[in-house]
Design a protein around this ligand. Structure first.
Ligand SMILES: Cc1ncc(COP(=O)(O)O)c(C=O)c1O
Length: 379
């Protein structure tokens, strides 16, 4: 049977990983500046993470959400400790799209409204409502099209105010990434996030902070929206949450009340997923990885800014992007095939860096040296 051919593939087979490195089936070692698409938070196959999953596997790996699961409570408590979001409630699911789908749906249950404000170049996932709120028509199937989504320009406070003036009482939620990832590492301005907060308060709409890619410490704060010093009503999480084990979730403000049957899932919050997610938070806390992401990110960004030829170096913490000119269009390919370094991209010409939060200074230096070596011979 053929695989359904939806991904353009690199001709590489990865068979092993440790920390910020992965190895292919031929024994080549790669520096992972892509973090397996922003998923690797504490490093590939971190020994504590492996041990916690192994230990859980030997006890029980799954039972349905119809029974008590102390592991879910342990995860919730650790999340409070690391994120500082006291009194929030946790609902667990399996992926980023699912987290956003649940967030949007929950907001609508909460205020019985239908309209959603989303922004240019947003990416929120591929399920029906999440994809409808994603600014990429090519991945929205006719059945997902919705007249309920209002797209506005990102970081445009005036457009936001006007939309609330026109539709205020109908707007259920505003969904925004603190740093747009797929959209090309575009940072939401502090005053923009504050404006979303104040308008949501004024009109009783729900502020959804999509933290699937920019969350979990990657930005140098647990949630990148925290730079604006306002709280969202719902935070969606996935990617770094399980360090590769599929797990997602939403943190829900105490003002949103639960009722039985409102949300549900078969696999979400299963024993193994909780064990993996708890292990991630153990390591983030013990190794102070949020602060480390901030410092190492600043170091990496400053070094990138000193490389001639890289344009518009931007981002926060270890979520960094830069533009490359036509002359450097093969940079990513050369880094991968000549120097064994994975990086990410955003169309049309952005290189995205999303390494593990535990990347070392030496590994950052190793990366910069190779980039310089690639670029400097060019006229
Ligand atoms: C900001 C954001 N939201 C949601 C998603 C969807 O997550 P998933 O692929 O786990 O469904 C992604 C994935 O890249 C993302 O970057």
């Amino acid at each position: 049977m053929n695989l359904f051919d939806v991904y353009p593939l690199n001709d590489i087979t990865i068979t092993k990983g440790l920390g910020s490195y992965v190895w292919d089936d031929k024994g080549n070692q790669y520096l992972d500046m892509y973090g397996g698409h922003a998923v690797i938070s504490i490093g590939h196959n971190h020994p504590h993470w492996v041990e916690k999953i192994r230990e859980q596997l030997s006890k029980i790996s799954f039972y349905s959400n119809s029974v008590k699961m102390p592991l879910q409570h342990e995860l919730a408590e650790k999340l409070v400790a690391v994120s500082g979001k006291k009194d929030y409630q946790l609902f667990l699911c399996n992926s980023g799209a699912e987290a956003n789908e649940n967030a949007l749906k929950l907001a609508s249950f909460h205020n019985s409204r239908k309209k959603v404000v989303a922004f240019s170049k947003s990416f929120h996932g591929r399920t029906s409502l999440a994809v409808a709120a994603t600014d990429n028509r090519s991945i929205v199937a006719p059945v997902n099209e919705s007249t309920n989504i209002i797209f506005l320009p990102f970081n445009d406070e005036q457009a936001l105010e006007e939309a609330f003036k026109n539709y205020g009482g109908e707007i259920s939620s505003v969904i925004v990434e603190g740093i747009q990832g797929v959209g090309g590492i575009r940072v939401a301005e502090v005053s923009f996030l504050q404006k979303i907060r104040s308008l949501c308060d004024e009109y009783d709409s729900v502020f959804i902070a999509d933290s699937v890619q920019c969350g979990y410490g990657r930005s140098g704060k647990f949630f990148s929206h925290d730079y604006a010093e306002v709280n969202a009503d719902i935070y969606s999480m996935a990617k770094g949450m399980g360090n590769g084990f599929p797990v997602g979730g939403i943190l829900i403000s105490p003002k949103i009340k639960a009722r039985h049957g409102m949300l549900g899932t078969t696999f979400g919050g299963n024993h193994l997923a909780c064990a993996a997610a708890i292990a991630v938070l153990d390591v983030i806390e013990k190794d102070n990885l949020v602060e480390q992401a901030r410092q190492r990110g600043t170091y990496l960004m400053n070094r990138l800014k000193s490389v001639n030829g890289l344009e518009n170096v931007r981002g926060k913490g270890l979520m960094i992007g830069f533009d490359v000119s036509e002359q450097l269009k093969d940079l990513r390919k050369n880094l991968l095939y000549k120097h064994f370094i994975f990086t990410g991209e955003a169309k049309p010409n952005v290189v995205r860096l999303l390494p593990s939060l535990a990347i070392t200074r030496k590994q950052v230096d190793e990366f910069i040296e190779v980039v310089q070596e690639e670029i400097e011979p060019l006229p």
